[in-house]
Design a protein around this ligand. Structure first.
Ligand SMILES: [Zn+2]
Length: 359
């Protein structure tokens, strides 16, 4: 079950703060949040690509690829004309076990009052708490439409197969600090992307990166890079932190919250259920992509399943005109997990997990 701490702290929260500032959002800044251990001294030298390469003698990194052309002036963001499926209290809630059974889906593991549900062994989070009606656990119509109906879809890839990988943070935005070793999230995310690129190319994808070196890059420019390159998919790579909690571990995969539904976590940020964003056009494809990646990453790493989650405060996702997900590949605040992430072998497994999801 859930732990008693805010599950979205770490870099997700840091991104939200950055994004809120960048967008002039009035969302309150969280209190009591520690970005990374303050007791650790600042790094004397930011790890470089060469540093990472030197730590992986048996697993040479792929060559650095060309940085995308500097983006042109940002075009006007298209209006969010998203076909909506507003909650309709007149529509009956769905007895979900029977609904799944009639469609050949595995019986979900859920209970009234808890938004966590396991579908085919993978954890998802609903927008509304299920209720017990006549002995059957029933879910809100939007949860049926936005979480269960997409599972009936076969994954379809963009044509041509183009994807942009977004190594989180960079430059002065170091991200969270690794509990073991004086290294930062920004280096691990870049290494993950550089390992993933050739694996996807071998599977027929054209792969771009939002950054290929230790570069400061705004969230707006990451979205713009995907737009400029007309990428078919957007995948943002991050690592998590719950410091000073050192027990939290596992994988989280995020996509944008559909209109009308509650996000997975709303503890700190106002969660406007009526908000619509350009990326809401891809609600179903977002979830299908998130589920595939999440499932394959769990298989590749054997780490804990912290669920496919939804949030609407991530600027790097909500402006995307393509299916888009953000992966939190593990907790740098957990001793065991940070030690694993600090090894090239584990990051290679992370890369192979995502690659297999896009086969
Ligand atoms: Zn991050």
């Amino acid at each position: 079950m859930r732990q008693g701490w805010d599950p979205i702290r770490g870099c997700v929260l840091a991104m939200a703060v950055v994004g809120a500032l960048a967008m002039g959002c009035s969302a309150p800044r969280p209190t009591g949040y520690t970005r990374f251990p303050e007791t650790l001294p600042p790094p004397t030298e930011s790890p470089t690509s060469a540093t990472i390469a030197s730590q992986a003698p048996t697993e040479p990194r792929p060559p650095v690829v060309a940085v995308p052309e500097p983006p042109p002036p940002r075009p006007a963001e298209p209006a969010a004309q998203v076909p909506q499926t507003p909650p309709d209290d007149r529509e009956p809630w769905t007895p979900i076990a029977a609904w799944c059974r009639s469609r050949g889906l595995p019986s979900p593991e859920l209970q009234a009052g808890s938004r966590a549900v396991k579908i085919g062994g993978i954890t998802h989070y609903l927008g509304f708490e299920p209720v017990d009606q006549g002995g059957a656990v029933c879910i809100h119509p939007l949860d049926r439409i936005k979480t269960f109906e997409p599972l009936l879809q076969a994954p379809t890839w963009p044509e041509p197969r183009t994807v942009i990988l977004d190594p989180g943070h960079g430059g002065s935005q170091a991200g969270t600090r690794c509990l073991t070793g004086n290294r930062f999230e920004k280096d691990f995310t870049l290494d993950w992307a550089l390992r993933l690129k050739p694996l996807l190319e071998a599977r027929g994808w054209t792969v771009h990166l939002t950054r290929t070196n230790d570069l400061d890059l705004s969230l707006t420019d990451r979205v713009l890079a995907a737009e400029t390159l007309q990428a078919g998919l957007f995948i943002s790579l991050h690592f998590n932190s719950a410091f000073p909690n050192t027990q939290a571990r596992g994988l989280e995969t995020y996509c944008l919250t559909p209109c009308g539904m509650a996000s997975t976590t709303t503890r700190v940020y106002a969660d406007d259920l009526s908000a619509t964003h350009p990326n809401n056009r891809h609600d179903a494809a977002n979830l299908v992509l998130a589920r595939r990646i999440h499932r394959h990453l769990l298989a590749a790493t054997g780490t804990a399943d912290r669920g496919i989650r939804r949030a609407r405060f991530m600027d790097v996702l909500r402006g995307q005109n393509r299916p888009a997900v953000l992966i939190e590949g593990g907790f740098l605040s957990n001793p065991d997990e940070s030690r694993a992430i600090n090894t090239p072998a584990y990051r290679q497994r992370l890369a192979e997990g995502v690659a297999r999801a896009l086969e």
